[in-house]
Ligand binder design. Structure first.
Ligand SMILES: [Fe+2]
Length: 197
């Protein structure tokens, strides 16, 4: 019998008030996003802007984190702190390199799909670092590891506009090439969860 070991996880939710949130956030993303030299990629971001009002989004985010905690199970009361928030706008030629958000200041990260045409816009993907070891050993050439064991080099997520994913900050991820001038927009951030003091 084949068994899988050591899986990773992410939490996939739908934001309850997406239409209202998009109405408030999307115009702010368009007017505050700029190119950045901070990352090795092409995208416009609001990372250096202090002008954006995230208050309604944070209210909804708390509900999602609470649902994730219920699903995962917690060892006791916990608190969480938002470490950072920003929005990215992708148009033709934009993409985001493979990266992670691991830091002593946060342990979870999230991505909210504010404006997205899933059929034509760029895709969010996770990279499976361990798959490289199977490739190096030639095991991918011999066995159907992707189909039968879900050991793929990368996983492109099926997401819709209004979805939000929460994932461990150390998981490597990226955004494939954007081919349309459609203002694909995401809101990302980092948070720290820890036992309540
Ligand atoms: Fe990221």
């Amino acid at each position: 019998m084949l068994k899988k070991i050591m899986p990773d996880f992410y939490f996939h939710a739908r934001m309850a008030a997406h239409s209202e949130l998009k109405g408030k956030l999307f115009p702010q993303a368009l007017s505050n996003s700029k190119p950045t030299k901070e990352w090795n990629c092409e995208v416009q971001t609001t990372r250096e802007s202090n002008e954006i009002d995230y208050s309604d989004f944070l209210t909804e985010l708390k509900n999602v984190v609470s649902s994730m905690c219920d699903a995962l199970g917690t060892r006791g009361p916990l608190e969480f702190r938002i470490e950072s928030l920003w929005m990215n706008v992708y148009n033709k030629g934009h993409w985001q390199e493979l990266h992670h958000h691991a830091s002593p200041n946060n342990n979870l990260s999230f991505c909210y799909f504010v404006n997205l045409k899933p059929q034509t816009d760029a895709h969010f993907f996770f990279q499976n670092d361990r798959s490289v070891n199977y490739s190096a050993a030639g095991l991918h050439q011999v066995f159907n590891l992707v189909e039968n064991m879900e050991i793929a080099e990368s996983t492109f997520l099926q997401v819709a506009e209004g979805d939000l994913i929460v994932f461990p900050s150390h998981l490597r991820h990226g955004v494939s090439l954007q081919r349309e001038n459609s203002n694909r927009c995401t809101l990302s951030g980092n948070l720290l969860v820890l036992p309540q003091s």
